[in-house]
Write a protein that binds this ligand. Structure first.
Ligand code: DC
Length: 207
């Protein structure tokens, strides 16, 4: 079974995708990490995020340690969002994602374009969302826990900028697949969101 989980930044899609993977015993790929890895490789090579060709080259991901905490930073996420608009970057990362989805037994992938571009044949598709304020609050709390005090208005502005860029780019924009189940987690706790997500996958996969 292939499960596609898409949604905007800090919507809870990663937590939900990991829980679905655990529930069904499937491998999971956080595809945002690939774009973040490309962003970090570009920065470490002294490259310019405004240069599409340099960004595409960085997708070889040479020298990147996927456990590097810098991958999770807001700065890396912002550069990832910028370079992910380049068709050359998307093309360079597509094979890894499609291969992961095509492995025997299936997989769970989360990102922005899994249900629309990477695995349109997925057995179940979820579009996980929440209001920008709720997502910014979650990100703010997470950063505070990590000891990174960023003012709430800055976190909210960052989320809104990233949303606009991810939704409005020409190449594989963030958009809900027509056959996806929309799950708004604004008013849900983690356990409730996971329970509703698994129930939706059950319904879709058995349909
Ligand atoms: O999910 P994330 O915040 O780790 O993703 C970082 C950026 O990578 C996001 O702003 C847009 C890009 N991305 C993408 O374009 N397509 C994906 N499937 C996953 C992430």
């Amino acid at each position: 079974m292939i499960v596609a989980v898409d949604g905007p930044a800090a919507s809870g899609k990663g937590t939900i995708a990991r829980a679905i993977a655990r529930h069904y015993g499937l491998p999971h790929l956080d595809t945002g990490l690939l774009y973040r890895a490309a962003a970090l490789a570009l920065l470490r090579a002294g490259g310019d995020p405004a240069d599409a060709a340099q960004a595409a080259k960085a997708c070889a991901l040479s020298g990147i340690d996927f456990d590097d905490p810098e991958l999770k930073s807001e700065a890396t996420g912002g550069i990832a969002s910028r370079i992910s608009a380049y068709p050359g970057v998307r093309a360079a990362l597509i094979a890894r994602q499609r291969d992961f989805a095509a492995q025997p037994g299936g997989a769970v992938l989360d990102g922005r374009d899994i249900g629309t571009v990477i695995a349109p044949q997925a057995d179940a598709k979820l579009f996980v969302t929440a209001s920008a304020e709720v997502r910014a609050r979650r990100r703010f709390d997470e950063l505070a826990r990590l000891g990174i005090p960023i003012p709430f208005p800055d976190v909210l502005a960052d989320i809104e900028t990233r949303d606009a860029r991810d939704r409005n780019r020409a190449a594989a924009p963030l958009v809900m697949a027509e056959d996806a189940h929309r799950l708004d987690t604004s008013m849900l706790g983690i356990e409730e969101a996971i329970a509703q997500a698994i129930a939706a996958v059950e319904r879709r996969a058995r349909a």
